[in-house]
Design a binder for this molecule. Structure first.
Ligand SMILES: NC(=O)c1ccc[n+]([C@@H]2O[C@H](COP(=O)([O-])OP(=O)(O)OC[C@H]3O[C@@H](n4cnc5c(N)ncnc54)[C@H](O)[C@@H]3O)[C@@H](O)[C@H]2O)c1
Length: 322
């Protein structure tokens, strides 16, 4: 599976480790720990459970087994602090969170995990005087304020609260951070959340099953490896402010994505409802690239090709997730 992360490996001397990656068992987290570990950076993976299923999809089961893993709840500030102290953590990539459907199903849990959890991370960074912290916001903040024709969600409200919190931590206590707003992420390990449909469609195609994607029209195509690379680039230098950046990838329609799939796998049965996603799909990556420096970008054609290749290999190994 090395072909997945090879393009994103970094010079470990640019990173101040150990790096705590929260949400390491999720999609972007799996790619982030895989890239860091394969680059020779000391990583502490943190998630609710020690479940390495997704990291193993990206980095292989043997390497995933060697990860230093801490099971904990991001809402438990004492637990988080104890883990950071025990490992001597020097940088944090904070990805743990509950996505749109989970926040809607349980708003209080969503606020605890997404808002209070981020406060706990900022407080830890303050106590340890960390200079390298990147956290995940989301393009869902473009639904705020509600009622302006875009998708407004509690998730977006919580993420916007985090952006403001991070800025106040900078103003009041000089805690630097970089907020990153991924748009629609696709690729291996993207299997949950409102916009995971195309990735699920690719998995169904490899299994020879029909699948209808619940989205259509133009969206952002942000390859999961590219998203991880941006977060890693953001902790590759000391911060001196609390800026927030869009992270978009390429803009293309779902229908064009299905056409690319047809070119690679003519007999697939993946279709789309054509339902438009009321979140802008063409946000500008120039500001984040100017701030964090170069990191690889992946075209949708290449990302879809790599994902299909990986899913075929996982299918052959009996590990393609259902
Ligand atoms: N995937 C996308 O398209 C996308 C887009 C915009 C923003 N984001 C944000 O990026 C981050 C990572 O996204 P992802 O796609 O990898 O999400 P994901 O849902 O795949 O992973 C999130 C991880 O957080 C963990 N988690 C949840 N509650 C926790 C808790 N209380 N304590 C510790 N860990 C907990 C989950 O177990 C999961 O492994 C999230 O904050 C998400 O909101 C993702």
């Amino acid at each position: 599976m090395d072909f997945l992360t090879d393009p994103f490996l970094v010079d470990p001397s640019r990173i101040e480790g150990p790096v705590l990656v929260t949400g390491a068992g999720g999609c972007i987290g799996s790619w982030t720990v895989a890239v860091l570990a394969r680059s020779g950076v000391e990583v502490v993976a943190f998630d609710l459970r020690d479940d390495r299923t997704r990291p193993a999809l990206v980095m292989g089961e043997d390497l995933a087994r060697t990860l230093t893993w801490e099971a904990g709840d991001i809402t438990d500030a004492d637990g988080l602090n104890e883990i950071c102290d025990r490992h001597g953590v020097r940088s944090i990539i904070h990805l743990a969170g509950l996505q749109v459907p989970f926040c809607k199903a349980n708003p209080a849990a969503g606020a605890r995990v997404n808002v209070e959890g981020t406060i706990n991370v900022l407080e830890t960074a303050r106590r340890l005087e960390l200079k390298r912290l990147a956290y995940a916001s989301s393009s869902a903040i473009y639904g705020m304020p509600p009622g302006e024709g875009r998708l407004s969600t509690l998730y977006g409200a919580y993420k916007l609260a985090n952006e403001y919190s991070a800025k106040v931590f900078w103003l009041d206590w000089g805690v630097p951070s970089v907020g990153i707003r991924p748009n629609v992420v696709y690729g291996v390990a993207r299997d949950q959340g409102l916009t995971s449909g195309f990735s699920a469609g690719l998995a169904h195609a490899v299994r020879g099953e029909a699948f209808e994607i619940g989205l259509g029209g133009p969206i952002s195509w942000l390859y999961a490896g590219e998203a991880a690379a941006a977060f890693i680039a953001a902790i590759s230098q000391d911060g001196a402010d609390a800026p927030v950046f869009d992270l978009n990838g390429a803009c293309m329609t779902i229908e064009d994505g299905i056409e690319i799939l047809t070119g690679l796998m003519p007999d697939h049965q993946v279709t789309t409802t054509g339902t438009l996603l009321p979140i802008p799909g063409d946000l500008d990556d120039a500001p984040i690239r100017a701030h964090v420096g170069a990191y690889p970008s992946v075209t949708p054609e290449e990302g879809i090709r790599q994902t299909l290749r990986a899913f075929r290999q996982l299918q052959a190994e009996g590990r393609l997730p259902v």
